[in-house]
Ligand binder design. Structure first.
Ligand code: CUA
Length: 229
């Protein structure tokens, strides 16, 4: 999760988020190179007192400074498209999780398991345990197995919400009357925190998401306990 002074991306917990981090760093590097180059030119222009009164056109330089930025942009465009299609690809998910956005909480359904379903509310500050995370912890966590392809189906019951978990590289809008799909694979155990990221009303900031990544035998235990109750 994100903590104080963490200005960059969170540590990735899935291969897709890893790719997103690589792409972010790649794009940032190009951005820094352009900024330094343009900044240098502007400063040099400011201190340069020589001018050429007869310089009205320069075919060669204009061809160069038109084509070169276009080529540089291709170095961002192609990796970006690669990632876009990579994120959209669903390969044989072993579990499907439905998450439905409400004002203002998430409800979840595990329809592979006799439809286990529950609501997930934020824990209010006055009920928070000392080791809890304010505005981030929930009463019922989403428990999911590690190293498994998981399909998420997102929708909403009232207004548009967005199911967003940064460490997993997932951000999908839940829209009433529509069913959106995404997928991820968690490659390490832990708790992954997320928040709704579509302005959905007064308590928009109070509908967090907590994913509990556990080994698959723990997950089977958890789901069978919930089947019995
Ligand atoms: Cu739901 Cu913002």
């Amino acid at each position: 999760m994100s903590t104080w002074s963490n200005l960059g991306l969170q540590d990735s917990a899935s291969p897709l988020m890893e790719q997103l981090t690589f792409f972010h760093d790649h794009a940032l590097l190009i951005l820094v190179m352009i900024t330094v180059m343009v900044g240098y030119l502007m400063i040099m222009l400011f201190y340069n007192s020589y001018t050429n009164r007869f310089l009205l056109h320069g075919q060669t330089i204009e061809v160069i400074w038109t084509i070169l930025p276009a080529i540089i942009l291709l170095f961002i465009a192609f990796p970006s498209l690669r990632l876009l299609y990579l994120l959209d690809e669903i390969n044989e998910p072993s579990i499907t999780l439905k998450s439905i956005g409400h004002q203002w909480y998430w409800s979840y359904e595990y329809s592979d398991f006799l439809n286990v379903e529950f609501d997930s509310y934020m824990i209010p500050t006055n009920e928070l345990p000392v080791d809890g995370f304010r505005l981030l912890d929930v009463d019922n966590r989403v428990v999911l197995p590690i190293n498994s392809q998981i399909r998420i189906l997102v929708t909403a019951a009232d207004v548009i919400h967005s199911w967003t978990v940064p460490a997993l590289g997932v951000k999908v809008d839940g829209t009433p009357g529509r069913l959106n799909q995404t997928n991820f694979l968690m490659n390490r155990p832990g708790l992954f925190y997320g928040q709704c990221s579509e302005i959905c009303g007064a308590n928009h900031s109070f509908m967090p998401i907590v994913i509990e990544s556990v080994p698959s035998n723990y997950f089977i235990k958890w789901i069978s306990n919930n089947l019995n109750s």
